[in-house]
Design a protein around this ligand. Sequence first.
Ligand SMILES: [Zn+2]
Length: 455
Amino acid sequence: MLKRFPKVLTAGHRLNFSISVTLIPLQQNVLIVVKKMVHNIYIKCNTCGTPIRLRIQLDGSIYKYDLPIHVCCPNPNCGDEFDCHFNHKQGVLPKWFVASEEDMPNYSISYSPQLPIFSDIKYGVGQAFMLTPFMALGTFYTLPKISHFGAYMQTILEEVYPYRTLLKELIPILKKGNVMAFQKKMMKIMELENNKRDLSSVKECHDVYTDFVASLRRSFSSPEYESNVSGVVLEKCIHSIRSHSKEETQALMDVVKRTTNIQKWKEDAMRYLGSFLEHSEKYYPVMFFIQVGDITIPHTIDFMIDTIDVDSVHADFSKSFNLLNDMLLLPVGLCNMDLTEDFNIFPNATTGMKGINGLSEFAKLPDGLKIEKLRDYGVIEKYLSNYFNSHVRNGIAHENTIFYTDTQMVEYYYKMNDDETHEDYRLIDVAIMTFVNTLHVMELFVLLNTLSNKL
Ligand SMILES: [Zn+2]
């Protein structure tokens, strides 16, 4: 992984105050409240000693966990990248961050544990007044939308975050098929001692596990995601399973099984989803885009994310992409059944899919070509196009990516032995792709369980 030294924004990049001023008369009270909602911490860069004012957007997260902060030193001659944590009781951790006595340092770094921020406000140079990440988003999205997201995040913190280890901790017990231990563990994590649910078979344990995955998917989803990305595909898949005979569904599964070991896929998916949920708070700024319904990639605004580093996003992207790729025949086959009554006949058989006879032949296509062939397949195209990105996957697989810390732009050199051709995305957009692919993995996991209950 090559990394270039950051280029600090100069005075020319300062905030456009004309935009923010229009907000003030409308939201005077909000502004007063929000101004208090940024916590200032004065630190020095561990490498070059540059004093920095770290401005942390305060929200409900601070009482739940240590905020993960991944930033780079704004001094153009330094470029050190550092991870630190903010703990509401102890301040900035780890301890080797030296407090700075300067209360007007040259550099400010804005940080939010739940909101995306954009480069104009991330690095401030010598500014006395800066917008909070919350207020700055108000220049792109309506305040009711941003406030709605705040309320949504409060629910996630209360109803999802406490159970973040659940999926992972239940895997070994489920694998052993120990019903009693499964039930006990589940009750313990969910603190349900007084609300006992009796499980009598391994199959019931699998159903309960799948229910968790399904409810997790519902929590992370949004009406915009449903209507623009996944909804129609899921509806068609479920409709196909319900309306076609056991024999027809079994025939489709036989084709899927020829390319993918279903049992291994399920286990891999469980492991991936378990670890994803465990660190899902790192994706909270991504959830902002899912909730406000701005999911189309790329974003023209240079949004940034500082809760997760590029290597972690890439690891999650690869795993979710490969899981989706290995099970792609299932949603495509089920949608074929719904649209043409035959899982082997594509609705675009005479156009995009011309010359490809059936699902097995489709499965053999190179990954990049699969998406090309599906371009005119309405619902599937929407399901995959922005997120199922084989160029990003190939760049990561070839270990041929360049990450620019100042802009968070990533170059993906996706062709083997070619150091010229690249496709570029911002880290936050790759994180959004990862998040949507992960939701798709949850959907396929639930679909497989629905199928195995029928067969
Ligand atoms: Zn430094």
